[in-house]
Design a protein around this ligand. Sequence first.
Ligand SMILES: [Zn+2]
Length: 326
Amino acid sequence: MIIKPRTIPRTLLQYQALEHRIPADHPKMPLIQENIRKGLAGYKGECALDYPLSFLPEKKYSILHDVRLQVDGHFFQIDSILLSEMFILLIDAKYMAGKLYFDVRFNQLIQTVDGEEKAYSDPLLQKRYHEEQFNKWLIKNKLPAAPILSLVVVSNSYTIIQTASENRDLHQNVIHHEYLPFKIKEFEEKLTKPFLTEKERRKLGQQLIKQHTTPDYPILEKLQISQSELLKGVYCPNCGRLPMKRDYGKWTCPYCQHINKDAHVLSLKDYELLIGPTITNREMQDFLRCPSESICKKLLRNMELQSMGENKGRVYVLPQNEIVFL
Ligand SMILES: [Zn+2]
């Protein structure tokens, strides 16, 4: 069963928030859009694992998605981890179109799409690194030595996987996602000796969840964009433009006439993703171009946020979880 579900990567949400908070002709816009494209492809690749993984018997496996662990001061992130009592399988999902050539001699991956070649770092090297790091993590946590297996799973059905003829065992390491249940069956046939009890497997799953950390990515600092460059106001959830107007207790879009009562919630999410986890009434008035202190106070109160301090010094804690817009 899935014990840690997948969520949209926070860095992808940050880039998406930034895209509608800077002018279209901003010099960093192409980089932001490229990172969104990459982030979405990565996320799509991870989601494509759900279907083949749904064939596995629920009771035999604990499945964890998006796990980021730390060992010896280094972080490593694994798309999916499968825990069984016989082995641990680490999965790296790749959603890449066209032709993928695994150049094992120079440790690079060459993708060809529409006659254009692009080189990427070698997923096979990363796979080895993940196995080593995971093993170190087990040792650090005083857990029993485990057979650690890993796979690079190409989750785009039409992608062609190639390598040089001397590299005959590539299919042991790289597979299409449709083949995943059969590959797991192969592992089950080879590895029959348990290294954990069922109880220990559950405990290991909980330990992984506990030690998982979300990356802290100060996006404005990383891209050298200052807060003053951000576009202010509540953006329209219908057409994406800024700013909406506050009238009669509702937000109205002057461009598409969309009316929304809760549009400020999404814009406060932008604040949390781009600027920080807390906001004062004054900061909200400025960021959302909110007409008055009393309106902001009312909106914040209705969101039932945790707060600290009193009066003008009161700071409200913005939730980090994904806000589902109604
Ligand atoms: Zn609109």
